[in-house]
Design a protein around this ligand. Structure first.
Ligand SMILES: Nc1ncnc2c1ncn2[C@@H]1O[C@H](COP(=O)(O)OP(=O)(O)O)[C@@H](O)[C@H]1O
Ligand SMILES: [Mg+2]
Length: 128
């Protein structure tokens, strides 16, 4: 708990960390994380989770895409256009308007989002 707490202090100072909690099943890994999470002010610290599963071992970036899906509130069965809409709306809320990120996030989510740069150039050209 103290080590996790120190990591959050460093985070407040702009320094990220990676902490690996390892142990046999039933030794309290989940409980430790749960108890630690309960000590945080989640209005101050943005808590994001991505889960890895035995069956997702062969899926590239599975924990990252799981975290993205949770953060972007993408649900099983969302259509490609629904996914695109959620990605655009939620990414803007999280990091501001970043059209350039869309194709990468789309490819991570296996849901193509075309690069809008062509259109942006067209607008610039039209305005100029
Ligand atoms: N420090 C602790 N004191 C009391 N109970 C604990 C403690 N750590 C874990 N437990 C309990 O032991 C069980 C297994 O813990 P869990 O966190 O699910 O293990 P793991 O995630 O490592 O498999 C849970 O019921 C949990 O509440
Ligand atoms: Mg567990």
């Amino acid at each position: 708990m103290a080590q996790l707490s120190d990591a959050v202090d460093r985070l407040r100072a702009g320094k990220g960390s990676i902490i690996s909690i390892c142990g046999d099943a039933g030794t309290g890994k989940s409980r430790l994380v749960e108890e630690f999470k309960a000590t945080l002010d989640l209005k101050e610290i943005q808590w994001r989770e991505g889960h890895a599963y035995a069956y997702s071992q062969n899926i590239p970036y599975a924990p990252v895409t799981d975290m993205l899906r949770r953060a972007l509130r993408i649900e099983e069965g969302d259509s490609p256009s629904k996914i695109r809409e959620k990605v655009e709306r939620r990414v803007e809320l999280l990091v501001g308007r970043r059209e350039d990120l869309m194709p990468y996030i789309g490819s991570l989510l296996a849901s193509p989002i075309p690069n809008s740069r062509g259109q942006a150039r067209f607008l610039e050209a039209t305005l100029a």
